[in-house]
Design a binder for this molecule. Structure first.
Ligand code: GDP
Length: 397
């Protein structure tokens, strides 16, 4: 009763607030959309491909803008990763886009370490995110997530096969990022060659165990379109920064002396629409989740590796100690054996000396007993002689 009284008092002081709209859980999706729109999206794309393959042009084409492009030379001593962040807006949707370019990729004589710089870059971004996540007071909402969401791997339109550098790089990265292979400058290859080239690339990727990004097909609403998209991999792309007047419309296309190549007209139309198809997937949580899982897995592997390394170190130390002790014991044993041998020798010498002494004493004893017997005989003879003389004297008397 008392509490209802308080409520009544509070009601009197309360400020009336009119509802600005409908309240109910059916408005949750709208709320989420509004929140995402106001916060904007973050999308980080990594472009791997040799200098001049058309990376910058494709980025300009995909995002329908002119990014700051620095022409790279072919004389870079090593692969360098250059990240540039842009704030883009389409209608009321904001996008924080980071384009990471692999400067000097494939330009060195020795390409052995080309992929390592890319791997290191990706790992560093994971590490910085993890460090932010591990903080007691995290500020992930305004943290600029620099982890790579998609990695476009530019394949030269040779029509032959993948270069070993492309294969090795994709193999090293496939557990860390979502790899989307693209055939660059697809306008320079004929339709039938392109078809065969795609089959060849896919078979090479499969036979080398390279995992590329597959559009999710578990959601019924997009299953059909995504199955078709997966069938188009690797995408054939054409980039252009030139605007050409086609049917009274200014469109991005490549104008040649013999005609105009417009992205949408090359190969299958979908290939050119990667922007529309890719962005929705890479901007949402599942991919972040995948990235987190990968970070966790990488950390776990690192930890297990460290544990194994320490175990191995301890084992080595133990084995070394045992070996040292064993050699110490063997040395001691050898020393004792030496001492024993020496004592044995001394003992044998002593024994032979005593034996000799015994023999000479026995000899002396036998000489002595012979002498004693001789003296006893002489004594007896003398006694006999004297007693005979005595008897003779008595008889004479
Ligand atoms: P990056 O070094 O990989 O960034 O290469 P760029 O984007 O600077 O492109 C190098 C050259 O290739 C430029 O002259 C572009 O006009 C040309 N290029 C780019 N994309 C295409 C394409 O799809 N087809 C053809 N034929 N040329 C292209």
């Amino acid at each position: 009763m008392a509490s209802s009284g308080v409520v009544g008092q509070m009601d009197m002081n309360a400020r009336p607030l009119a509802l600005s709209g409908h309240v109910g859980f059916d408005s949750l999706p709208d709320q989420l959309v509004n929140k995402s729109t106001s916060q904007g999206f973050c999308f980080n794309i990594l472009c791997i491909g040799e200098t001049g393959i058309g990376k910058s042009t494709l980025m300009d084409t995909l995002f329908n803008t002119n990014f700051e492009n620095f022409e790279s030379s072919h004389f870079e001593p090593k692969v360098r990763l250059r990240a540039q962040t842009y704030d883009l807006q389409e209608s009321n949707v904001r996008l924080k886009l980071t384009v990471v370019n692999t400067v000097g990729f494939g330009d060195q004589m020795n390409k052995q370490q080309s992929y390592q710089h890319i791997v290191d870059y990706i790992d560093t971004q994971f590490e910085s995110y993890l460090q932010e996540e591990l903080k007691i007071k995290r500020s992930l909402h305004n943290y600029h997530d620099s982890r790579i969401h998609a990695c476009l791997n530019f394949i030269a339109p040779s029509g032959h096969s993948l270069k070993s550098l492309d294969l090795v790089t994709m193999k090293k990265l496939d557990s860390k990022v979502n790899i989307i292979p693209v055939i660059a400058k697809a306008d320079t290859i004929s339709k039938s060659e392109l078809h065969k080239f795609k089959i060849k690339i896919m078979s090479e990727l499969v036979s080398n165990g390279v995992q590329i990004y597959q559009f999710p097909i578990d959601d019924e609403t997009v299953a059909n379109i995504n199955t078709a998209m997966n069938g188009h991999l690797p995408f054939a792309v054409v980039g252009s920064t030139e605007e050409v007047n086609i049917g009274n419309k200014m469109l991005k296309a490549r104008q040649y002396p013999w005609g105009v190549v417009q992205g949408e007209n090359t190969e299958e139309e979908c290939d050119r629409k990667i922007q529309e198809k890719l962005l929705p997937y890479f901007s949402f949580k599942p991919l972040f989740f995948v990235s987190l899982q990968q970070t966790y897995e990488a950390k776990r592997q690192e930890f297990v590796g460290e544990l194994q390394r320490r175990e191995e170190e301890m084992r080595q130390t133990f084995v070394q100690r045992v070996e040292e002790k064993e050699s110490e014991l063997k040395d001691g044993e050898r020393e004792l054996q030496g001492k024993f041998e020496q004592l044995k020798r001394l003992h044998a010498e002593e024994k032979s000396k005593l034996e000799e002494k015994r023999r000479s004493l026995e000899k002396e004893m036998s000489v002595f007993s012979k002498r004693r017997a001789a003296s006893e005989l002489l004594q007896a003879q003398a006694f006999n002689t004297s007693s005979n003389n005595k008897k003779d004297k008595e008889r004479k008397k």
